[in-house]
Design a protein around this ligand. Structure first.
Ligand SMILES: Nc1ncnc2c1ncn2[C@@H]1O[C@H](COP(=O)(O)OP(=O)(O)O)[C@@H](O)[C@H]1O
Ligand SMILES: [Mg+2]
Length: 389
């Protein structure tokens, strides 16, 4: 199954572009599903019909569903959530508040990714298009996979054992329940799923992220940061979609806008380098309904296959070379000053433009040290040599 995720700042056209991509794939005969993970669901408005957490057919080969966080929580995370609620209640929070608080921000994304994994395993679709929440939340979630990995590798077993030992006494002292073994079990299960999702989404042959943006200063700035961050975490970006371009005939009253957009477009070309750029005009009306969505798709994919991998940047690789190991990370949009590398036992901590990633070094690098690191254009290289001490 081919997976395409769309993200970008609020209101740039993610939902419209996601639906247009999905419909374009469906019209080419691919069994397609579009999932919305944005809490502010709008696929229902777009397709003019109610859409729920179970897939419904909106056109030939095209299913749609909107992830509903409470529904998925009950399904996937019942035990952990019951614990969080129980814990909050013991701290004096009322039932309703505890219920709301047990939904953490970014969970829609998490659950739609879990759902994505189920879809992948079911084999029922050729293409899945994900209409993600605005940039920040998506990035947080993708970064969360790493933090989760880090935590699970370091503390999980220790904590689980510790809780078993201290429970009888600790619960009396802190007057709150500690998580039981079934909670740890569910965390472990969730962790396994999360890692499977990560493997899926970091595989450039199966998954791509596309950034939707508008030719406006703030939007471009946010998209650039997102691009850097996605690369840092190893998620393959295969295109940008520049939406709401003013056509030349919009001149006259909108002359200044046209001029500004032209400058922004020049900048976008530089900022996103070799990434393919898909474009869509600003239509003279809201793009609602199947016919409008089809029109948007025709415009965006005039020269590209909607479901294809449009660029095959490998964000990350690690290769042996004459007794050394060379690691390469695609890291666009940062200057030397903004990159920092720290090595700590078996992990590499890379900070770039304010984002930080902990990379657990693979086994084969045990006993190796970082000999050199340099940023060459938009590629960050790290050379490992055998520790001779
Ligand atoms: N190229 C376009 N031309 C005209 N209207 C558009 C275009 N792209 C998006 N829109 C409209 O802009 C609004 C916001 O788009 P939407 O896809 O919901 O953005 P997002 O999902 O990023 O918040 C919708 O009303 C949509 O119909
Ligand atoms: Mg939307």
């Amino acid at each position: 199954m081919r997976i395409i995720l769309y993200t970008g700042k609020g209101g740039v056209g993610k939902t419209t572009v996601s639906a247009a991509t999905a419909l374009a794939c469906a019209r080419r005969g691919q069994r397609t599903i579009v999932l919305s993970t944005d809490a502010a669901h709008s696929l229902a408005d777009l397709f003019n019909r109610p859409i729920g957490p179970e897939p419904i057919r909106v056109a030939k080969n095209l299913d749609v569903c909107e992830i509903e966080v409470h529904h998925e929580l009950a399904k996937n995370w019942g035990t952990i959530r019951a614990y969080i609620k129980h814990f909050l209640a013991s701290r004096g929070y009322g039932e309703v508040i505890a219920d709301e608080l047990s939904v953490l921000p970014g969970m829609e994304d998490l659950f739609s990714l879990l759902r994505l994994l189920e879809l992948e395993e079911s084999g029922g679709y050729d293409v899945a298009v994900i209409d993600c929440a605005p940039t920040g939340a998506t990035l947080q979630l993708l970064g969360f996979a790493d933090v989760f990995d880090w935590y699970m590798n370091r503390f999980f077993d220790i904590e689980r054992k510790l809780v078993r030992v201290i429970r009888p006494m600790a619960e009396r002292v802190i007057k709150a329940p500690l998580p039981g073994d079934e909670v740890f079990g569910q965390i472990e299960q969730l962790y396994q799923r999360m890692m499977a999702i990560k493997n899926l989404l970091t595989d450039p042959e199966r998954a791509s992220v596309r950034l939707v943006l508008n030719p406006e200063k703030m939007v471009i700035a946010e998209s650039r940061r997102a691009f850097t961050c996605l690369c840092l975490y190893g998620y393959p970006v295969d295109a940008i979609v520049v939406n709401r371009l003013l056509p030349p005939e919009a001149g006259g009253y909108l002359d200044d806008w046209l001029k500004a957009q032209k400058e922004h477009l020049d900048f976008i070309r530089v900022a996103f380098g070799s990434l393919p750029q898909l474009q869509c005009r600003l239509f003279p009306r809201e793009m609602v309904g199947l016919e409008a969505v089809k029109q948007v798709g025709a415009e965006i994919f005039a020269a590209h296959e909607p479901g294809a991998v449009l660029a095959n940047h490998r964000p990350f690789d690690l290769e042996p070379e004459n007794g050394f190991y060379k690691m390469r990370l695609h890291l666009p949009g940062v200057s030397k000053k903004e990159v920092e590398l720290l090595v700590k036992e078996n992990e590499l901590i890379i900070t770039a433009a304010g984002y930080r990633r902990h990379i657990l070094l693979p086994r084969q690098l045990e006993g190796y040290l970082v000999a050199k690191a340099r940023l060459d254009g938009d590629q960050f290289h790290v050379l490992f040599t055998k520790d001779s001490a």
